[in-house]
Design a protein. Structure first.
Length: 309
């Protein structure tokens, strides 16, 4: 990526996010999770299919891994920004890290190397560390004191390495599962967090325990609560809808209209893959056409190569 483009990218995002620390103007960046290894082709395909190049590109990384140079090159070459979901486990066997060892400095060499890798990126990086801690499906779920200690320790290593382009995202599930696993008890504190991430899905009837829900139903209550409690900008870090049990085209049409009523939301990331259920919005389907029509609104910001727009 050319130096001039990097400067334009950083300047563009800071204009919207008020020096990258809070919301300034109205608007919401579009974003997507499309593949584990996004490249120029997948980004351009999204732009071709839906009319806007996504500003935010989500990836997931296990502990011990690093973002690939190819992914960094293609994402920032497209004028987009990485949202790195950094998971303190090995996904293959779902084994979590040793938190006590981490707090004693065992992983500091790796953390520092990871920090310097992100520091070298010529643009903002959103770091979504150990997301959905208020669920019951990850090894770090429900470990309140250990979670806070881990978050603060990793942030300290980054700060000591002089990293200034990383934005820290405290990313929660829209529901506490179980109810007593309150996300607020895991919050590491205002000095450690730049954005609140919010994850929520319409599972429809894809699962025995699920039902069709609108975006308003999914985020009702929790959105207002986090805005009031933290007074920080919000990114909807994961959202999508199943195709089972309702009208997916109407769902995304209403979801985008609803998001415009959530002024603290400065970006969204659409889960656009077939995983636990088919979250995809096909450009040939009515749902994909409604997605394209919805994000044509200038409220939803895309990118152009080399800069944000």
């Amino acid at each position: 990526m050319k130096k001039a483009s990097a400067v334009t990218l950083l300047f563009g995002v800071c204009l919207l996010f008020n020096s990258c620390n809070g919301p300034k103007e109205t608007g919401c960046w579009t974003g997507a999770f499309m593949t584990d290894t996004p490249d120029a082709a997948s980004i351009e395909k999204f732009a071709f299919d839906f009319g806007k190049r996504p500003a935010l590109i989500l990836i997931f990384l296990d502990w011990g891994k690093f973002p690939s140079e190819a992914v960094i090159r293609d994402v920032y070459g497209a004028g987009s920004m990485l949202v790195v979901t950094w998971e303190p486990w090995q996904a293959v066997d779902k084994k979590g890290i040793d938190y006590d060892a981490l707090l004693n400095g065992k992983d500091d060499v790796y953390i520092r190397e990871f920090a310097l890798k992100l520091k070298a990126i010529k643009g903002p990086v959103f770091l979504r560390l150990a997301h959905e801690m208020n669920g019951d499906w990850y090894p770090w779920s429900g470990r309140k004191e250990a979670y806070i200690g881990m978050f603060r320790h990793i942030r300290k290593v980054f700060d000591e390495a002089g990293v200034r382009n990383v934005r820290w995202v405290f990313s929660i599930s829209a529901e506490n599962v179980p109810p007593e696993n309150d996300y607020a008890a895991c919050y590491p504190g205002d000095p450690y967090v730049d954005y609140i991430g919010l994850d929520g899905y319409n599972w429809g009837t894809a699962q025995s325990w699920s039902r069709w829900r609108t975006l308003r139903e999914i985020f009702s209550g929790v959105y207002e609560e986090i805005v009031r409690r933290y007074q920080k900008p919000v990114i909807v870090t994961e959202f999508s809808s199943s195709s089972a049990g309702g009208d997916k085209a109407l769902w995304i049409e209403e979801a985008l209209l609803e998001m415009k009523k959530m002024p603290a939301v400065k970006g969204f990331i659409l889960f656009n893959i077939d995983k636990e259920t088919d979250w995809r919005f096909s450009p040939d389907a009515v749902s994909g056409q409604k997605l394209k029509a919805g994000i044509e609104d200038s409220y939803f910001k895309g990118t152009r190569k080399g800069s944000l727009s």
